[in-house]
Design a protein. Structure first.
Length: 240
């Protein structure tokens, strides 16, 4: 009988400390919303993966200067194409913006939906990256939802190490869009697509109700460790 009580007590203690035993980063990630935040942590880790793969492919990817000078960047991994001809697309990702000190904000989770115009032939899923070139273009997402091409000008972005070959439409666009599939980059037409905050994902990740404006203004207290991993990956991309 005493052994049974001792065993039950031991299991209770072990479960209570299991997040800490899993390591500091994992424990801090779990603190944000326990199991509910797991999907958001994975989404951030997928975004980090996209950035790390971008670093290996700079000669055929997004010009470094565009990211270095941008006001914000959205990374939406594994956007699915629904339908072969006139289908749609849907994906969830993260958006970070520049802070006043030149760093990066905590991420706000976002959702992209829209028609399939602009997909490359044979591509069923792709990573999508949006480079926000002006503070005004970032402000739109703070309102909760906006339409690309209507509320903010968007164009398929230039490819390669240098942005010198940009066309006039690319230079004037507030947002540049890219798709990446099977290691190949291409400018992607996203006219008419809708970009909006993923309020539920933000709540699950941070454990409290926060608007994108609150997140970008630095009002998050005790952000999960995954947010720091994303900032580190962005810093490494720019400093290489």
């Amino acid at each position: 009988m005493r052994f049974g009580r001792f065993l039950a007590l031991s299991l209770t203690i072990a479960l209570a400390f299991s997040p800490a035993l899993a390591g500091p980063a994992r424990a801090k990630d779990q603190a944000a919303g326990s199991g509910a935040a797991a999907d958001q942590v994975k989404k951030i880790d997928d975004a980090v993966r996209v950035l790390q793969e971008m670093m290996k492919e700079s000669d055929k990817g997004i010009p470094e200067g565009l990211v270095r000078d941008c006001a914000g960047i959205a990374i939406i991994p594994d956007v699915l194409r629904a339908g072969l001809v006139i289908g749609g697309r849907h994906g969830r990702g993260v958006l970070v913006v520049r802070t006043k000190d030149g760093g990066w904000s905590d991420p706000s989770f976002i959702e992209l939906t829209g028609g399939s115009i602009g997909w490359q032939a044979g591509v069923q899923s792709a990573d999508i990256i949006l480079v926000f070139r002006t503070p005004r273009s970032v402000e739109h997402i703070g309102e909760g939802k906006f339409t690309l091409g209507a509320d903010a000008g968007i164009a398929a972005g230039p490819i390669g190490r240098s942005a010198e070959a940009s066309t006039d439409s690319e230079l004037k666009a507030e947002i540049l869009s890219y798709s990446r599939s099977r290691g190949l980059y291409a400018g992607l037409t996203l006219q008419g697509s809708s970009l909006q905050e993923d309020r539920k994902a933000n709540g699950d990740f941070y454990g409290q109700v926060l608007s994108p404006k609150d997140i970008f203004a630095g009002k998050v207290k005790g952000a999960p460790e995954a947010a720091g991993r994303l900032r580190t990956a962005l810093g490494a991309f720019i400093k290489r």
